[in-house]
Design a protein around this ligand. Structure first.
Ligand code: 2AM
Length: 183
């Protein structure tokens, strides 16, 4: 199954971001917006993982989660990856978030999964362009967004079922969640 590891914002943060992006979402048909219920911060994308590797991975991720304390995070402004991906920035304990992402990726490698080794860029993907699109107006429109802080207390292993979500998108299912730190 297709898996990734993520941290998710709580409902009130999703609601706040939903309001902040509402006008833009209605006015940007060239963008394919992520479903707010599925908004997440990807720490590692794992692709297809078989049952044996998944069992190994689950034990390793549990240990990785326990080694990292909860994080204070917030979302603000926007940015883009080229002409393709529109995101909102992650602020707060981003250095520790980066260390958590590094632990997650190391756990995946030890479970013999191929993980890309591009540097981790903390972000929450809002939308993907349907083709080459100028994302600068959308980035500018969200420039003033300054979301409330929240405490990320859990790490999630998420299954992505391509085409099974609304409108032909992927559907995300939380498979396993672990508390960060030792509670
Ligand atoms: P991102 O939107 O936070 O960048 C599930 O597919 C998640 O995995 C996506 O939301 C995406 O996170 C991330 N991801 C990273 N690399 C990917 C890839 N090659 N294919 C699909 N998803 C990828």
């Amino acid at each position: 199954m297709r898996l990734f590891v993520a941290v998710t914002p709580p409902q009130e943060v999703v609601d706040e971001l939903r309001s902040a992006t509402a006008a833009l979402r209605d006015g940007s048909p060239a963008l394919r917006w992520a479903v707010p219920e599925q908004w997440h911060l990807t720490l590692a994308f794992l692709g297809e993982v078989d049952d044996d590797a998944r069992q190994d991975l689950v034990g390793r991720l549990a240990r990785a989660a326990a080694r990292h304390e909860p994080l204070t995070l917030s979302l603000a402004g926007a940015g883009r990856f080229g002409h393709r991906v529109l995101w909102t920035r992650v602020q707060g304990d981003v250095e520790r978030l980066g260390r958590l992402a590094a632990s997650v990726r190391a756990a995946a490698r030890r479970a013999r999964l191929a993980v890309e080794d591009r540097p981790y860029r903390p972000h929450l993907t809002l939308a993907r362009a349907r083709g080459e699109t100028d994302l600068r107006p959308a980035v500018a429109a969200l420039g003033g967004f300054d979301g409330r802080a929240w405490t990320a207390r859990e790490l999630h292993l998420v299954r992505s079922r391509l085409g099974a979500g609304p409108d032909g998108r992927a559907r995300h299912e939380l498979l396993v969640s672990w508390p960060l730190g030792r509670g």
